[in-house]
Design a protein around this ligand. Structure first.
Ligand SMILES: C[S@@+](CC[C@H](N)C(=O)[O-])C[C@H]1O[C@@H](n2cnc3c(N)ncnc32)[C@H](O)[C@@H]1O
Length: 223
């Protein structure tokens, strides 16, 4: 399987329930094409996301599952209440995300409205193919989320970290990323607040050519 650079149309970006500004020009928007291509290429058995808010990241991965006709199951975990970095928001955000999820992605996508810790027992150890961590962004919180969810990651699984390039206030994912990326195969995107792609439990053969040529690969997504 060769990596393909798609030019997808994201249903969520045009959903009247969601904010086009968040979907098309928010902190995660610069990674939606990569996330989409990654899911099409990897064809993961399942995807779990910790921190979904309006769904920019989550729905970009769901779109890939739908367009590719994949058998992937997707799970989004969030209290949909906010946190000190995101800010706290009202219940209508969850209602709007749930409406889009039901209309566009219901056959394979489940929203889990709970804390990350409370959702842990829903996932067997070694079961998650693609995990995206994008909750509260202090060093301590991101380390906690990674440590708690690491047992859930499958052999050859991938963990995505957003905000690895943010150094303002008490953001600390960049510190965690420095530690993890020195220990495991990885890709580092610095645009759009930064996205880390980590292979902490083995790296599938299909990714070896990409990792061997990572600078040129990363440049394809920096815009
Ligand atoms: C930065 S936002 C996620 C952004 C999203 N990935 C996107 O693409 O726009 C972080 C989200 O994590 C949620 N969150 C933070 N800590 C959490 C926790 N411990 N349990 C559940 N949700 C949490 C917040 O409610 C917030 O919606």
């Amino acid at each position: 399987m060769v990596w393909q650079f798609y030019n997808p149309s994201f249903a969520a970006a045009y959903a009247p329930e969601l904010s086009a500004a968040v979907m098309l020009a928010g902190p995660w928007s610069g990674h939606t094409r990569f996330a989409y291509d990654l899911v099409r290429f990897m064809q993961p058995a399942n995807i779990a996301e910790l921190g979904t808010f309006m769904g920019t990241s989550y729905f970009s991965m769901c779109q890939a599952v739908r367009d590719g006709g994949l058998s992937t199951r997707c799970y989004a975990v969030d209290t949909w209440q906010g946190d000190p970095h995101q800010g706290y928001y009202q219940d209508d955000v969850f209602q709007r995300v749930a409406t889009v999820n039901q209309r566009e992605y219901a056959p394979f996508s489940t929203l889990i409205r709970n804390t990350f810790d409370a959702a842990l027992p829903s996932f067997p150890d070694g079961s998650i193919s693609l995990l995206h961590i994008d909750g509260y962004h202090t060093y301590e919180a991101s380390l906690h989320d990674y440590t708690a969810w690491y047992p859930k990651v499958a052999h050859n699984g991938i963990v995505l970290f957003h905000d690895i390039a943010v150094r303002e206030k008490d953001f600390g994912v960049y510190r965690l990323w420095a530690e993890l990326s020195s220990a495991y195969p990885h890709l580092t995107f610095l645009h759009s607040n930064g996205l880390g792609v980590l292979f902490p439990k083995g790296c599938p053969q299909q990714f070896q050519p990409i990792l061997a040529n990572k600078e040129a690969f990363i440049r394809q997504y920096q815009y």
